[in-house]
Design a protein around this ligand. Structure first.
Ligand code: PLP
Length: 403
């Protein structure tokens, strides 16, 4: 029924299953999702073969599935710096992804908030935070949005003016999905902690690209997702400090202490833990490779195109994300021309019509219209090569010159 996975390149696995020749495309959209790592696929394959059983079942096989699930939870927790030694241990609740983890934090803590009404979010949050916050306003929550500096970082001076005794939560991301700019979480927590205000961190884009250690971060909760780190789609987690468990937003069985009910997928949990393990084993090597490829991509484009500027390059950035604005060009037209040339990139946020809305992150940074209108995101991954970057450079310069 199943075949052993032998290929070293993840796209090979999909080539057999699709009619699209993925190998001839240069995939520079790794912030949207990443290819599953062969070692992750192998670990999940073995799990599916032996561990299809419901981990809630009381029989021997169920107990074995439970052990495998809890081992994956513990491994993932250890890799991400959770405190797990004693009764004060942090918690890790598996969810369906980053979106659900962010919803569980915002909605779950809001239900716990008693008299407190204020939620503070940054102006560059992913829609799973900003849209949830917008919905919470309809329940009477006072949502305040922090300004963004022109370098793409959250404005901590403005944050100070918004956090007060009525604040039940501050939500801020660790790394921005559109610019790759790393956020000043340490400073944010320094502002919130003395006032007893919990901080929820969206670390979805940060894991697998930069060091993430939950205890060192000092946040109250953190959302993560497997498919951004060469793990499977459909699994994420909300990590919470001991004593800061949110109210459930789903109701059902008693799985995961009834905070996130629903039958757990052992294979997804195993795949998630394996993905983070694989990343950490080679993180320095990968970081070097990604940085070198990004430098080549950016310098190649900047040398040849006067209209190009790199957004957010004056702040600390993740090594693999490059948001380049081709001033005077229409991002949608550039994206489509690059697509035809075999280069996959992104305009940031897609809207229902298949075109794109201006990126809220770039708008929040106060960039001019010409820059925003011409901005495209290129996100590299560990399966990209120097040849991919050379090809992308050639196509970008050709396409932008004629448009
Ligand atoms: N948060 C950030 C910063 C993201 O970039 C994404 C996905 O792009 C999410 C949350 C949502 O994660 P998921 O796709 O696992 O629901």
């Amino acid at each position: 029924m199943f075949q052993q996975i032998t290929s070293n390149h993840p796209l090979d696995t999909f080539n057999h299953a699709t009619k699209i020749d993925l190998m001839s495309s240069v995939y520079l959209d790794n912030n949207a999702t990443t290819a599953i790592h062969p070692e992750v696929a192998q670990a999940m394959f073995e799990c599916f073969q032996h561990g299809f059983v419901n981990p809630e079942s009381q029989h021997l096989l169920g107990r074995e599935a439970r052990r495998t699930l809890e081992a994956a939870r513990e491994q993932l927790g250890a890799l991400l710096g959770l405190h797990q030694a004693d009764v004060h241990a942090d918690h890790l609740f598996f969810t369906s992804g980053g979106t659900e983890a962010n919803n569980l934090a915002l909605q779950g803590y809001q239900q716990d908030a008693e008299q407190k009404r204020r939620l503070v979010i940054s102006g560059i949050e992913h829609p799973s935070i900003s849209t949830t916050a917008a919905w919470l306003t309809s329940l009477g929550v006072d949502v305040q949005t922090v300004n963004t500096l022109s370098n793409g970082q959250i404005d901590c001076d403005h944050l100070k003016t918004l956090v007060n005794k009525d604040t039940f939560l501050v939500a801020a991301m660790l790394a921005n999905n559109e610019t790759g700019v790393l956020q000043p979480l340490e400073a944010i927590i320094e502002i919130c902690e003395p006032m007893g205000v919990p901080v929820h961190v969206d670390a979805v884009q940060a894991i697998g690209k930069t060091d993430v250690h939950f205890q060192n971060l000092g946040a109250t909760s953190m959302a993560i997702s497997a498919h951004k780190v060469h793990g499977p789609r459909g699994v994420g987690a909300l990590i919470t400090k001991h004593g800061a468990v949110p109210r459930p937003i789903l109701h059902g069985g008693f799985q995961q202490a009834a905070i996130r009910p629903g039958t757990e997928s052992v294979a997804l949990a195993v795949g998630f833990a394996k993905a983070v393990e694989v990343y950490l084993e080679k993180k320095d090597e990968h970081r070097k490779q990604l940085l070198s490829m990004r430098t080549k991509l950016e310098s190649g484009v900047l040398e040849q195109l006067d209209c190009a500027i790199v957004i957010g390059d004056d702040g600390p950035r993740m090594p693999h994300t490059s948001n380049i604005a081709f001033q005077g060009r229409d991002r949608q037209a550039v994206l489509m021309a690059l697509d035809i040339a075999g280069i996959c990139c992104s305009t940031g946020s897609a809207c229902a019509s298949g075109s794109s809305e201006p990126s809220p992150t770039l708008v929040a940074m106060g960039l001019d219209e010409q820059t925003i209108e011409g901005a495209l995101r290129f996100s590299l991954g560990i399966f990209n090569s120097d040849a991919d970057v050379e090809n992308a450079n050639k196509q970008i310069c050709a396409v932008v010159s004629v448009l």
